[in-house]
Design a protein around this ligand. Structure first.
Ligand code: SF4
Length: 179
């Protein structure tokens, strides 16, 4: 797939916003990991796709180093109010569905021996994650988040020419595929 085909695939998957991603803009920062450690989301140490289960920043960097290009994708939706938690979860679920769809398409391309998908939020495939007792049940579908790799998502969006915030009453979720 060339860049135009990749962008078309992102549009076909339903993402509102997308663009090519410059791998050099992926900066893995210990301070983002520290935010994970603060555990405001309650997933730290509870999920293979989150720290520390997803590996050290050095291990994450080594995975990223294998890739030369990427695509950044974003779902943006409207909320009834800034407390519309149900609405937020609905937009996240839609984003994850689109992300899986695009992932499956990329994986099916002979051209890509390997891809690295990084998405939004913890992996929620299983009701209860096997971490740390047993291996992940669905390694191919358990996507780590950009944050778990120490990446500031707002900065990544800015550096790749995509907005991060679309104004009051909106919510956006961002992911990327390194190819
Ligand atoms: S697929 Fe299941 S076991 Fe694997 S990270 Fe996700 S929730 Fe955990």
């Amino acid at each position: 797939m060339d860049n135009n085909e990749l962008l078309k695939a992102a549009a076909d998957a339903g993402f509102e916003y997308y663009g090519m991603l410059d791998v050099k803009t992926l900066e893995l920062l210990p301070e983002v990991r520290d935010m994970c450690k603060a555990n405001t989301c309650g997933m730290y140490g509870k999920n293979w796709a989150c720290p520390p289960g997803c590996g050290t920043l050095e291990e994450c960097q080594a995975r990223i180093n294998k890739f030369e290009s990427g695509i950044i994708v974003q779902t943006m939706g409207k909320l009834k109010s800034s407390f519309d938690y149900k609405g937020m979860m609905k937009i996240l679920a839609l984003h994850k569905e689109r992300f899986q769809k695009l992932n499956d398409l990329l994986v099916s391309q002979d051209k890509y021996k390997e891809i690295l998908p990084l998405n939004a939020g913890a992996c929620t495939i299983c009701k209860e994650c096997t971490y740390p007792e047993e291996a992940c049940r669905f390694k191919d579908k358990a996507f780590a988040s950009l944050e778990s790799y120490g990446i500031y998502v707002s900065r990544l969006c800015r550096d790749n020419g995509i907005a991060y915030y679309y104004g009051p009453g909106t919510m956006s979720y961002t992911g990327c595929f390194l190819i």
